[in-house]
Every structure is written in structure tokens, then in C-alpha cells.
Design a protein around this ligand. Structure first.
Ligand code: ATP
Ligand code: HSE
Length: 317
């Protein structure tokens, strides 16, 4: 489970004295999640999630929190950070940067419906639009430079033919011109486990801790590769169409975006294949039990390379 840093109720009680949330009633470690330590915190004033950040610098955390405040202010269903009495969103607990955010209702879905994919497309379009109001900037730490470093780390571990596919894809992406593609704030990890639903209603987008400034279409590709696929990685046409139609109704595409989607789908598959391979071969010391299957994204990458025209008919006319 992913409680890397344990905190006792007494410490949390003292921490909460700087917030107008009332007395602590309950504290539960959250088993899901890989990156951070999360606790459900119930107080007389409400239900919250307390996150202790395990690796990000404070300047990055300020970016994530500014983004979440902007999204909540503009009406996106996402956890609103709670302001401490001194006006800050970021405090310290157990020698870690820590933040308290609203706990949202709902549950992640493992088998999304067409309507749920449309709701995610609509939410992603809103994130991209609202992101224009965020003043801080953050580069994508899992972009092309990271792909190359990670590929090198894996070189001694993987079979030669697997390594050849990774190297060829990195070379393909390096040669692909992305200058014309709109950029902005992207979620960068909007998988099924990062959206909560109550029935068909999207009740919350969570986990903005990979958000950064990058190509908007790449964020779409990350979602399509996760939300709109059948188990072998091919698209479910109805879900992909619904997702794309809902997205473009909120953030109309510019010329050239549809044509660039196949390459972005490949980039998104490569990125998560590499991170899963890295996590598998170089596990972090601690309590992770959630190693995700890298082979899934190898299959998706191979499919996207073999079928570059696959999305042409899915993109709204
Ligand atoms: N604001 C919230 N409201 C309700 N539940 C939440 C909230 N934030 C987190 N959770 C729950 O905690 C779990 C872990 O949170 P999160 O995904 O942010 O962790 P993480 O360690 O940053 O994750 P990841 O492994 O995706 O990088 C979620 O799957 C969800 O069940
Ligand atoms: N969403 C990622 C894990 C968290 O970054 C994956 O499924 O590999």
C-alpha cells in the first residue's frame, strides 16, 4: 500500500489547528496511489484528503495547487485545496510538504461507459481551457529527455528487440514536428483511476501531480489510450467517438491536430510503457504493491504503429 510516511492522529490534530476545519474525528491511510502518501481525514467541518508529498519540490507543488484552485474556481469537479489560516495551501507535516484538499464523492470506474468517456472528454476540454488562467509554468518531467534517460537505464535489462522498438520510437518522435500543435496546461495522467463517478455523473477529476505545460493533443492521446480501448488496446469506436466529440465541443481543434493524433498516441503509449518498465525493473524502496503491466503499453504502441489511420474515422468531421 502507498502510505510511505505514517502520521499519528495526534500529529494530524496539531496540523489541523492551522485550518478552519474543526476537530479531527477520523484518520484512514489510503492504499491506492503510487506517488504520495494519502490519508482520508474526517473532521467536524467536513471530509478531506491529506497528502504528504514524497518527492516533488515545493515550487512544483505550488503549481499543482494553483491549478487545482483555478479549476475549482471555474467550476470543474475537482478537489479544492483548503487554505490554511496564514493564506497558504502548502504546509509541512512529518518533514514533508503537505496539503489538505476536499474529499469528493464517487468511485473510479474500471469499465467506462460511452457516457462516462464523453464526460471525461468534456472535463479534459475544460481543464485545457481553464489552464490558460494558471500563471505558473512547469515543464513535462516525463517528456523526450526523460524517455532517453529511461531507455538508457533499461538498456542492460531489456531484450535487444524490445530495446530496438523503444529506440526507433524515440527517433520517430524526435523527427516529428510538433511546432504547430497548441500547448497549455495538461493533466498528463488522466487514467481511469484518476476520475471519480457517481453513476454516469463525473464527480471529480483527481491527482493533478503530473500536470505540466505541454502539447494539448498529447493529453487527449493519454486519455484515448486508456479510456477508449478494449483489453487488447484497440479502440472501442463508440467510446473514442464520444470522448473526442465531447472534447472538441469545448476546445475546437486547430488545423493539423487531427493529422498529428496518430503520432501523439504513439508518444503517449511510449511514455507509459517506459514508466511501467522502469517501475518494474527498478522498484522504489517502500510499500508499493501496484506494479502495472508494461506489456499493455507495448501492445498499444505496436498497434498504433501498425494502424496509423485508425483514428481518422473517429475524429469528429
Ligand atoms: N480528493 C479526493 N476525493 C476522494 N478520493 C480521493 C481524493 N484524492 C485521492 N483520493 C483517493 O485516493 C487514491 C490515491 O490518490 P492519488 O491517485 O492522488 O494518489 P497518488 O499516489 O498521487 O497517485 P498515482 O498513483 O495515481 O500517481 C485515489 O485513487 C482515490 O481513491
Ligand atoms: N497512470 C500510470 C501510473 C501513474 O502515473 C499508469 O497507468 O502507468
Amino acid at each position: 500500500m502507498s502510505v510511505y510516511t505514517r502520521v499519528e492522529a495526534a500529529e494530524v490534530t496539531a496540523f489541523l489547528r492551522d485550518y478552519a476545519v474543526g476537530e479531527l474525528l477520523d484518520l484512514q491511510g489510503i492504499a491506492d496511489g503510487i506517488e504520495n502518501t494519502n490519508y482520508f481525514v474526517t473532521t467536524r467541518g467536513g471530509a478531506f484528503v491529506l497528502t504528504l508529498f514524497e518527492r516533488h519540490a515545493e515550487v512544483e507543488l505550488e503549481y499543482f495547487l494553483e491549478l487545482m484552485v483555478a479549476l475549482a474556481d471555474h467550476g470543474l469537479a475537482c478537489p479544492r485545496p483548503i487554505m490554511a489560516d496564514d493564506g497558504s495551501y502548502l504546509r509541512r507535516l512529518a518533514q514533508r510538504p503537505a496539503a489538505l484538499v476536499e474529499r469528493l464523492a464517487g468511485k473510479a470506474v474500471t469499465e467506462p461507459s460511452v457516457a462516462q468517456c464523453a464526460a471525461v472528454g468534456e472535463a479534459l476540454g475544460r481543464i485545457h481551457r481553464i489552464g490558460r488562467h494558471v500563471h505558473r509554468r512547469r515543464s513535462n518531467e516525463r517528456g523526450p529527455a526523460w524517455w532517453r534517460v529511461t531507455a538508457d537505464a533499461l538498456r542492460g535489462v531489456l531484450q535487444a528487440d524490445t530495446m530496438a522498438l523503444i529506440d526507433a520510437e524515440i527517433a520517430f518522435q524526435a523527427a516529428f514536428d510538433t511546432q504547430h500543435l497548441p500547448r497549455g496546461v495538461i493533466h498528463a495522467d488522466l487514467f481511469r483511476d484518476n476520475v471519480l463517478f457517481e453513476g454516469e455523473r463525473l464527480s471529480g477529476v483527481i491527482d493533478f501531480y503530473a500536470a505540466c505545460n505541454d502539447i494539448l493533443l498529447y493529453d487527449l492521446a493519454i486519455c484515448l489510450n486508456d479510456w477508449c480501448v478494449v483489453p487488447d488496446g484497440d479502440f472501442d469506436d463508440a467510446r473514442a467517438r464520444a470522448f473526442l466529440a465531447a472534447y472538441v465541443s469545448g476546445r475546437p481543434p486547430v488545423a493539423g491536430e487531427a493529422a498529428a493524433l496518430p503520432a501523439m498516441l504513439r508518444a503517449a503509449a511510449l511514455r507509459f510503457w517506459l514508466s511501467r518498465l522502469y517501475d518494474l525493473h527498478f522498484p522504489r524502496a517502500g510499500e508499493i504493491t501496484h506494479v502495472k503491466d508494461p506489456g499493455h503499453f507495448e501492445r498499444i504502441l505496436r498497434l498504433r504503429i501498425a494502424q496509423p489511420q485508425r483514428t481518422a474515422a473517429l475524429w469528429p468531421a
